[in-house]
Design a protein around this ligand. Structure first.
Ligand code: 13P
Ligand code: SF4
Length: 349
């Protein structure tokens, strides 16, 4: 539905009143009613870069989820404030790796005499304390647009990688982009004892986490769409299961998905396996191409959708009135180590 014109006007006025003091970042999975107010839209990597590149902005309003706002707080200066318009905008994948669970895993690796050769790599979709854990143990952060480079960097430092928390991004990158075999990967289950013999032999130790949205696409989704739309190109996000990515024609981050469609010939057909707000927007952005959702039974990311126009209006109006609401802050020690891992990512070639 179209956004409420009254709220649109209020958001516009509050943003205008704040001027250059505010910078609004919008992840591609955000609602249209929110995206229209973003100064920059992007994937997780681009948004982290953009947050770091805005030292003049007093307030960064992050229209995305909690781990992204935490990263923005870590990458900006102490005088800048990062605001998440709804604090309930978390990420179920990030919640699948808690600090205690990761510490327990590391202790088990130490007991088995393996930890010295393991480099932890965490997907951006993780809490700040997991990023700090990686910073402390010589590791790095990655996003879906630089996972391969981060893994290559990590393997140049050690023999094994502990990949947190998305097993699918880890497996898809290792097997499909780096030529490893499925046998090179072992899944670490934080909820039960793991076979340390198998762990010792693996090159990739994949944390048992996944995205609850992308995990719902199936290989059958791909077969069905190919039957329904002859000649369709299937384009999916690497958070999808390995069997799904294997059947797709293209794979990449949200930014990559947009660029692929931009470059596609007029009249071509595309079935896109990623979050629904983005797929709908792609249909509007490229009316000369036939864009469909890979599987109609998969829905929005409910936590990305928590950020809606009323929350954005409330955040902007509060800032304009001099009240900082929903500020996201990471404690100094965590921020220091998480920044080490984030800076390593930003410095990847
Ligand atoms: P990217 O935008 O980096 O592709 O990430 C996708 C995602 O799931 C963010 O939560
Ligand atoms: Fe987390 Fe998946 Fe939602 Fe991204 S799409 S915020 S990974 S649950």
């Amino acid at each position: 539905p179209a956004s409420d014109p009254h709220l649109v006007e209020r958001a516009r006025k509050a943003k205008e009143a704040l001027g250059d003091r505010v910078f609004v970042l919008g992840h591609h999975y955000q609602r249209d009613e929110v995206i229209q107010f973003a100064d920059v839209t992007g994937d997780s990597f681009k948004l982290a870069q953009q947050a770091a590149a805005r030292p003049g902005a007093e307030f960064i309003v992050f229209c995305g989820v909690h781990f992204m706002a935490e990263s923005a707080d870590i990458l900006t200066s102490p005088s800048q404030r990062v605001v998440l318009p709804d604090l309930a905008a978390g990420c179920s994948m990030a919640d699948m790796a808690t600090f205690d669970q990761v510490e327990e895993c590391w202790e088990a690796l130490e007991d088995a005499g393996l930890a010295g050769d393991v480099i932890p790599v965490t997907y951006m979709n993780s809490s700040a304390d997991i990023k700090a854990f990686c910073g402390r143990h010589g590791g790095v952060v990655c996003t879906s647009s630089n996972a391969r480079r981060a893994l290559e960097w990590a393997f140049a430092q050690g023999k094994q990688v502990l990949f947190l928390p998305d097993q699918h991004l880890g497996r898809n990158t290792a097997v499909l982009e780096m030529g490893m075999s499925l046998e090179d990967c072992v899944v670490w289950n934080p909820h039960r004892p793991n076979d340390m013999g198998k762990v010792a032999e693996a090159r990739m130790i994949l944390w048992k986490g996944h995205c609850s949205v992308h995990g719902r696409f199936t290989p059958e989704s791909v077969d069905d769409v190919r039957e329904r739309i002859p000649g369709v190109n299937v384009l999916v996000h690497p958070e999808c299961r390995h069997e799904v990515v294997l059947k797709a024609d293209h794979v990449g981050s949200t930014e990559h998905i947009i660029k692929t469609l931009q470059a596609a010939p007029s009249g071509s057909s595309w079935a896109v396996g990623t979050e629904l707000n983005l797929v709908k927007r792609l249909g509007q952005m490229f009316p000369d191409k036939n864009v469909s959702f890979l599987d109609k039974t998969v829905c929005y990311c409910s936590t990305m959708n928590r950020i809606d126009l009323p929350h954005l209006v409330w955040a902007l109006e509060s800032l304009a009135l001099g009240e900082t609401v929903n500020q996201i802050t990471v404690d100094q020690d965590t921020a220091r180590w998480a920044k080490v891992a984030l800076d390593r990512m930003l410095a990847l070639p």
